[in-house]
Design a protein around this ligand. Structure first.
Ligand code: RFL
Ligand code: PHB
Length: 389
């Protein structure tokens, strides 16, 4: 097979890129290791920046998003018995929307299907070859049969555990990493959300987050130990612990019910540089990971796709390589700011095992500054709604 852009990974990054390129008449093939149902079964991000929403509009896949997403003009920060509000709309003039990654991915799959997009599922043994040459190719197998795609560019959109990043030789690739000493235990339940807005909560028992997908679907998280497994947490134990960590008025009105999904995610900050090697470009989780506090993972993947799509469109339609040449530098400049914000929010709101009395006082002073200082709130709000592309 032959195409202009071979895309490794059929998650949101790969699908969005394929869809945007198709809109400009640029051909691509997406290779996905799993099935469509498997990809759609992963419950992940819930908050989209305006930049992401605009990209979905540009890709022609925003009908359901525009109709069904919920605008969030602010968020609640809770600290022990106190809580305060950060007003995104007032501080930045814009907001974020609640629309789950599952729905984003479903809309993208439907759009690719409707446009006759090529997606090969269940691929194994993907290898990216001759990425430094003008004629890269990708080999893989499907159902035991070997296959090969010749292309001009490869987009590595295959997530943190994919092959794309590892294709870049060790001596070229520089990795930066911080692993946090806790995870997030998350549940999804068919219950009304406890509040109209998200509640990010720092409590003496650890972090908690109250989030949602719609008026009868709630998503809650609690900070947990890395040694915990999902089986250690019955639904009752989860609800009990959540109630201990959120403001009393919220705990009193919390509607509980059986979980329909329960999972643990470890927390990590990670960046690889550069994001381009020859004609291979890394996008999204393949290049960087943030801890989920701040909801930046999917949104940062989207800004990568924006830069790469623009660069490829410039190359194929205008014959200029300026955009693809600037890709790594431009994407990384925004990535590092999202890394900083996610690290800051994680540090602000979690309890760390090694935290001593002084560290706790510093954390409390920082939260108090945020509670009382409009400039500090403005900085937080600008980062939360998303820095400009
Ligand atoms: P994805 O979504 O991981 O998709 C990559 C796709 O590539 C496929 N793949 C391969 N395909 C072919 N060949 C190979 N060798 C392959 N190896 C892998 C995979 O099957 C998959 O379909 O990366 P992408 O598209 O860059 O999207 C990024 C987002 O998914 C990610 O940033 C966010 O979901 C991060 N994230 C969260 N972000 C938030 O903003 N809020 C959250 O609440 C939130 N929760 C999460 C998360 C990420 C998690 N991970 C990665 C384990 C919870 C979890 C558990
Ligand atoms: C979610 O709804 O899954 C969610 C929302 C905000 C975050 C992380 C996850 O910061």
């Amino acid at each position: 097979m032959k195409t202009q852009v071979a895309i490794i990974g059929g998650g949101p990054s790969g699908l969005l890129l394929s869809q945007l390129l198709d809109k400009k008449g640029i051909d691509s093939i997406v290779l996905e290791r799993k099935t469509r149902d498997y990809v759609l079964g992963r419950i992940r991000a819930g908050i989209l920046e305006t930049g992401f929403v605009n990209l979905m509009r540009e890709a022609g896949v925003s009908d359901r998003l525009d109709a069904e997403s919920f605008a969030h003009d602010g968020t609640i920060i809770s600290n022990g018995d106190d809580q305060f509000h950060i007003d995104f709309k007032e501080l930045t003039g814009t907001n974020v929307v609640v629309y789950g990654q599952t729905e984003v991915t479903r809309d993208l799959y439907d759009a690719r299907e409707a446009m006759g997009g090529k997606i090969v599922f269940n691929v194994d043994d993907v290898q990216i070859c001759d990425a430094k040459s003008d004629a890269p190719y990708v080999t893989y197998s499907v159902g035991g049969e070997p296959a090969r795609i010749e292309c001009e560019f490869v987009a590595g959109c295959d997530g943190f555990h994919g092959v794309s990043r590892r294709t870049i030789p060790d001596e070229v690739r520089k990795e930066y990493e911080k692993v946090y000493p806790f995870g997030w235990l998350g549940i999804l339940s068919e219950t009304p959300p406890v509040d109209d807005e998200l509640i990010y909560s720092n409590s003496k028992n650890g972090f908690a987050l109250c989030s949602m997908r719609n008026s009868n679907l709630s998503r809650y998280y609690i900070q947990c130990s890395l040694s915990d497994s999902v089986d250690d947490w019955t639904d009752d134990a989860f609800w009990k612990e959540l109630k201990r960590r959120i403001p009393k008025d919220a705990a009193d009105r919390l509607v509980t019910g059986p979980s329909i999904e329960k999972s643990i995610a470890p927390l990590r900050s990670f960046v690889t540089e550069p994001m381009r090697w020859g004609n291979l470009f890394l996008c999204g989780d393949a290049a960087h990971i943030v801890p989920p506090t701040g909801a930046k993972g999917l949104n940062t993947a989207a800004s990568d796709i924006h830069y790469l799509n623009n660069g490829l469109v410039q190359y194929f339609l205008e014959g200029s390589s300026a955009g693809i040449d600037a890709y790594s530098e431009k994407a990384l400049a925004r990535v590092w700011k999202a890394e900083r914000f996610s690290w800051w929010m994680t540090s602000l709101l979690h309890r760390f095992p090694e935290q001593n009395a002084f560290d706790l006082k510093m954390q409390q002073a920082e939260i108090e500054f945020l509670r009382t200082n409009r400039d500090a709130q403005s900085v937080m709000a600008q980062n939360y709604v998303g820095l400009p592309y």
